[in-house]
Design a protein around this ligand. Sequence first.
Ligand SMILES: C[S@@+](CC[C@H](N)C(=O)[O-])C[C@H]1O[C@@H](n2cnc3c(N)ncnc32)[C@H](O)[C@@H]1O
Length: 316
Amino acid sequence: MIKLHNRDCLAVLAEMETNSVDLVATDPPYYRVKADAWDNQWTSQDEFLAWLESVVIECVRVLKPTGSLYMFMGPKMAASVERMIAKHMVVENHIVWIKPSGMHKRQCRASLRRYFPATERIIFATQREYSEAKAQHAAIAEACEPVISYLRDVLAGSGLSQSDVDRAIGVQMAGHWFGRSQWRLPTEGQYKQLQQLFNGRLTRSYSDVKTQCDALVNDATKPAKRHFDLDGREWFTDAWVCQPVQYYPGKHPCEKPLSMMKHIVTASTVPGSVVLDPFMGGGTTGVASIRNGRSFIGCEMEKANFDAAKARMAAV
Ligand SMILES: C[S@@+](CC[C@H](N)C(=O)[O-])C[C@H]1O[C@@H](n2cnc3c(N)ncnc32)[C@H](O)[C@@H]1O
C-alpha cells in the first residue's frame, strides 16, 4: 500500500486512524536553516516549536503502541525539539549523524567564532503511555483474540462466573484467562483443571490452543514487542558516520542518504509494516520503505517536491 498526499501533513494526519502506523520516519523543516519558503513559515522559534509539537501529538496518536518515531533536526534547534518530543514520548536516543564531508570542509578556520556544525541530529522516540511490557500485553491480547474468544465462549456457555472459576482452580487468574487486559494462556495443568470444571465443553486440547497462540504471537506482521533489530549492523551506537547525498540535478536540498533511511526502516519495522513520513521532500523514506516491502504513507506540501518524490517512488 502506497498513499501519497500533496497536502499539509496536519490535514492528512487529522484524517488518519489512531494506532495505524508502525513507524514515523521524518525530516521536518529545521526553522530558518534553508532559504526555501517551507523553512521560513514561522516568525519565531516558539511559533515553530508549537507547530512542530502539534505534528508530534498527531504522530503519537496515529502510531501503534509498539510504534517508533525518528525525527531529523539541525543541531541548533535540537535541544528544544528534543525537550518538546520528551513531553509526549520516551526519547530513547539522540543520534548524531556525523558528516565526513560538507560545508565544514570549506570553512576558513581563522574567521570562525564558534565551532562549525558538521552534524545533524535524529531523535529516536517510542510511545510513552505504553511501557514495553504493556505494549507486549496489548499486542499478545490482540494477536490471540481467536483463542480468547474461544475461552470466553466456553465460560459463557458454562454458566460459571470468573469468581467461580477462581474458587474452583484455587488461583486468582480467571480475569487474565477470560479478559482482554493482561491476557494469559493458562498453564497446561490449569487448562486440564478447566477442562474438568467445564465438563467437556473445553474440547480443544492444550497443545492445539498453545500452538495456535504461538503462531499468532510469532506472526511477523503483528510483533508482540516493538520491533528493534540491530543484529550485524554498522550503526548500532548513537553516532552514525555517513556521507551526505552529493549534488545531482533534481536533488532535494535536504535529501537524506538512502542507506540511512533503509537502516531506520529495517531496524524498527518488519515487512508489511506501515511507515509514515509527514514531510517526505524528495521521497527518500518512501523509496527505502517500498524497496524493503513496507507500506508507505507520505505527505509533501510543495507540488514540485511532491511530483519528484512520486516519480522517484514509481521508479522503484
Ligand atoms: C527537510 S525536507 C525533507 C527532505 C527529505 N527527508 C528527503 O530525503 O528528500 C522537508 C520537506 O517538508 C515539506 N513541508 C514543509 N511543511 C510541510 C507541511 N506542513 N506539510 C507537508 N510537507 C511540508 C517541505 O516542502 C520539504 O520538502
